[in-house]
Design a protein around this ligand. Sequence first.
Ligand code: NAD
Ligand code: UDP
Length: 353
Amino acid sequence: MIPQINAFPIPYQVIKTDTMNKTQQNPVYIVVTGGAGYIGSHTCKALSAAGYTPVVVDNLVSGHKDAVRWGPFEQGDVHDQGFLRQVFKTYNPIAVIHFAAFIEVGESVSNPAKYFENNVGGSLALLSAMTECGIKNIVFSSTCAVYGEPQTVPIQETNPRHPLNPYGKTKFMVELMLEDFSKAYGMNYVALRYFNACGADPSAEIGERHDPETHLIPRALMAAAGKAEGLHLFGDDYDTPDGTCVRDYIHVNDLAQAHIKGVEYLSGGGKSVCLNLGTGQGTSVKQVIAAVENVTGKTLDVTIHPRREGDAPILVAQPLKVQETLGFSTQWNDVGQIVASAWAFHKKDWDEN
Ligand code: NAD
Ligand code: UDP
């Protein structure tokens, strides 16, 4: 059985910062590292719509300058503590949202040094600069990869963390650093363990533009559009209902809203916490392919390949803790709609470029 969890509403418990005077004369700044990237740019748009002013800190190693549209852009590297201190002094942000990282699991296996250096070293520099400048609140991009192959699904936050690859290990190490910075220096954090981020803003003005692109939904859309020679399906012999891996696909705009709630939770005095961010609903690779074929009207040329190293058969979130803690639940719960939002963005992007 593919695990299904029925989300139910939880009373809103987060102390909101509506009382803040979020006007153009009195902007409330939030520093967003990696804000020129996929999830970062969607979060900046959502922050702006909620009345905050996102300050993007990004070195553009994989981000896009044209995705920075909703506040100041401070181009630089999170390793550069002098630069960060200057940014913090200039804007005095109420919080940092930390997306900046390398994200490719496969590359992290072949080149772990690159990942530990950027994801761990960069985070350490950021946390140190924050501590020095008295910036206490951080929302951190963690991942379900910290769990490795879970013993039980749906996955609760109490599941042991046994990451299978260097990428997951870097995120686990930053979670450990956050715990210690919290104890020693009074840092407050929300570590959000995303499941599979996907989709695009319905305006289609921003979306997922990774290079190389390795994720299933954009790869399948590339195949549908003739931008890739078919789709490789990695493993159809798993112990799952249709033999293919099951994942929990969460729309990027839902992720963005959870970050805002994370900031407001910390601003309201909430305690440091790690939270799963998923829908609680499992979708197999074959179900994603069917959704892509339905949305695009194309039949994909799918070839079966061996299992991809490090792929867990089923990764599905138990999303109750984030509902209870932040009053957050996902709005995009239909994979077809999620795929349609990504397709609208990609079609526009491919037409224009
Ligand atoms: P992305 O590559 O689109 O964005 C990352 C951004 O960080 C880029 O704009 C890049 O230029 C910037 N960056 C990287 N290193 C930097 C540095 N040293 N200094 C300054 N900027 C730097 O990635 P994304 O998909 O938006 O992911 C954002 C975060 O979410 C990452 O931390 C990732 O690990 C995490 N995450 C992503 C997913 C997913 O499915 N995409 C799932 C779980 C967790
Ligand atoms: N996948 C696939 N073909 C692809 C890309 C991904 O079969 O071209 C599978 C992958 O093996 C996994 C699922 O799709 O089972 C989701 O992979 P993705 O890379 O999108 O996210 P991950 O779960 O690795 O974070």
